[in-house]
Design a protein around this ligand. Structure first.
Ligand code: ADP
Ligand code: 5GP
Length: 217
């Protein structure tokens, strides 16, 4: 039994708003936070490592994992399938470790409607402007002009779901966003639902009262 249950921390945003950057900063701050490595049918980008950035799967492998109820959520994004494998998440939160998800609004919605919803913290990142969003996508230097155009086209669709999240952060200054993100995580860890030992502690306080172990003034 642990004194803390793990949180499912969901980060969503339109592509390029800063999810990966902030996810990395959160994990540098607290290395005990696990990253949920998604499965995807999309091809690896240069530098992406199988099992570290994604589990790169064929469509048949992906479909089988969904059929076996091995995914906590899954969605079709930018023409490819993405999903969060269930087993590592359940093991981590049971062991009191937080799990960080970089997933889209469809995945966030599915987890928020699942039996794990009480342990979920969802955060949406907005860019300061659409011009800046485009600049960030271009400066990342990872995508072709065609892919960037596709991501920009989809960005309004993602932004339009901002209202389904517990917290919304405008990611203008990176250090400032990081500080606000850490405050949110720190507070969410103290939710009643995340502290399974609280009931036992309150019972102990109650029995101290009942046994008269205090000195009334
Ligand atoms: P996402 O994971 O949401 O697609 P990234 O984290 O890859 O986005 O960020 C896209 C680009 O924008 C990266 O080059 C990153 O360094 C940069 N970036 C992220 N946040 C900021 C910020 N607050 N100010 C300036 N650049 C940023
Ligand atoms: P990318 O191809 O840029 O890595 O990711 C594209 C989009 O897919 C991003 O918005 C990312 O958040 C989302 N995504 C990545 N993994 C998952 C997942 O497991 N489930 C869902 N629903 N979305 C994901």
């Amino acid at each position: 039994m642990t004194d803390r249950r793990g949180l499912l921390i969901i980060l969503s945003s339109p592509s390029g708003a800063g999810k990966s950057t902030l996810a990395n900063r959160l994990r540098d701050w607290d290395p005990s936070i696990c990253f949920s490595v998604s499965a995807t049918t999309r091809a690896p980008r240069p530098g992406e490592v199988d099992g570290e950035h994604y589990h790169f799967q064929t469509y048949a492998q992906f479909k089988k994992q969904v059929a076996d109820e091995g995914m906590l959520e899954h969605a079709h994004v930018f023409g490819n399938f993405y999903g969060s494998p269930r087993a590592p998440v359940e093991a981590a939160i049971e062991a009191g470790r937080d799990v960080l998800f970089d997933i889209d609004w469809q995945g966030a919605q599915q987890i928020q409607n699942s039996p794990l919803s009480a342990h979920t913290l969802s955060i949406f990142l907005l860019p300061p402007s659409i011009t800046e969003l485009r600049r960030r996508l271009e400066s990342r230097g990872q995508d072709t002009a065609e892919t960037i155009a596709k991501r920009m086209q989809k960005s309004w669709d993602e932004i339009s779901h901002w209202g389904g999240y517990d917290f919304v952060l405008i990611n203008e200054d990176l250090d400032d966003t990081e500080a606000r993100l850490k405050s949110i995580v720190t507070a969410a860890r103290l939710r009643r639902s995340q502290q399974p030992d609280l009931t036992a502690h309150v019972r102990k306080l109650q029995s101290e009262f009942e046994e008269g172990q205090y000195d009334p003034v």
